[in-house]
Design a protein around this ligand. Structure first.
Ligand code: AMP
Length: 254
């Protein structure tokens, strides 16, 4: 059975940027900040490309999809340069970033349109740390899911996934179709080469609006406030274990 892979990629503040809380304490500052593909989505995309390169004829297509502002075109072009064949931007304009349920509903529509039979998502987006979208999508589609994948093997219509679990690994298998979310150790994503960035400009990027897919993206949650963690008090350097014990006794820790 050939694979029609869907890879949802989210545009997030670059992992190397230290986010700053905005003046109104309602979120993080996004002005003048570098945005990139969410790192876990890059891993998902790399796995799709590796499946295509490593198994001649196994992968029919890789479709990248992003739900975000018009600017999210930039990360879709990178995804196309890294090996996606086609892409969809679900353009939310200036609307607030949708919550995982709405994202999953939109992805479900794209899955139906693209006739995808395997979805590779990141295990979490590093901006909201939700870790929900893949699981909700599997529920909506009524497909099996394998989360936190550290290894993915496809043989015919059977998919075997080794998962990272507390203190070890768990290997599970299922028939296609399947939803897989990717963990950090699955692979090392490649960089997009300049020739591929140029070629990607000619690859298909279709833009649609949430309403075209019949999905209401109104959020149910309201962010009450966003704050920095409390600053830690400066430590004290002690000269000996005796002094340490004395200080601990003095502050009631011993
Ligand atoms: P989350 O559940 O928000 O932590 O995100 C988990 C994964 O769902 C991400 O790594 C993406 O693969 C996918 N995802 C979440 N939000 C979006 C979005 N706005 N556009 C595309 N994919 C998304």
């Amino acid at each position: 059975m050939s694979l029609r892979i869907l890879v949802p990629v989210k545009r997030v503040i670059d992992a190397a940027v230290k986010p700053r809380v905005n003046k109104t304490n309602t979120g993080v500052e996004t002005q003048g900040v570098k945005f990139s593909i969410n790192p876990f989505c890059e891993i998902a995309l790399e796995e799709a490309v590796k499946l295509k390169e490593g198994n001649k004829g196994l992968v029919e297509s890789i479709h990248a999809v992003s739900i975000g502002p018009t600017k999210a075109q930039d990360i879709l072009r990178i995804a196309l340069a890294k090996g996606a064949d086609t892409s969809t931007l679900v353009d939310i304009g200036k609307a607030e970033a949708p919550e995982p349920l709405a994202v999953a509903k939109l992805l479900q529509k794209v899955v139906e349109k693209e006739n995808s039979n395997i979805i590779l998502l990141g295990k979490q987006a590093i901006d909201n740390d939700s870790n929900q979208t893949g699981q909700i999508l599997a529920g909506l589609l009524k497909w099996p899911q394998a989360t936190n994948a550290a290894k993915v093997v496809v043989e015919g219509d059977k998919v075997t996934v080794t998962r990272e679990v507390d203190g070890g690994e768990e290997t599970i298998s299922s028939k296609l179709p399947i939803v897989i979310t990717t963990d950090l150790r699955l692979n090392e994503p490649r960089y997009a080469s300049l020739p591929n960035i140029m070629k990607a400009k000619k690859k298909p990027l279709t833009a649609v609006k949430p309403a075209d897919l019949g999905v209401d993206i109104t959020n149910r949650l309201q962010t009450v406030s966003v704050n920095y963690p409390p600053t830690r008090k400066a430590g004290v350097v002690v000269g000996s274990t005796e002094e340490l014990v004395e200080k601990l006794k003095a502050n009631g820790s011993l």
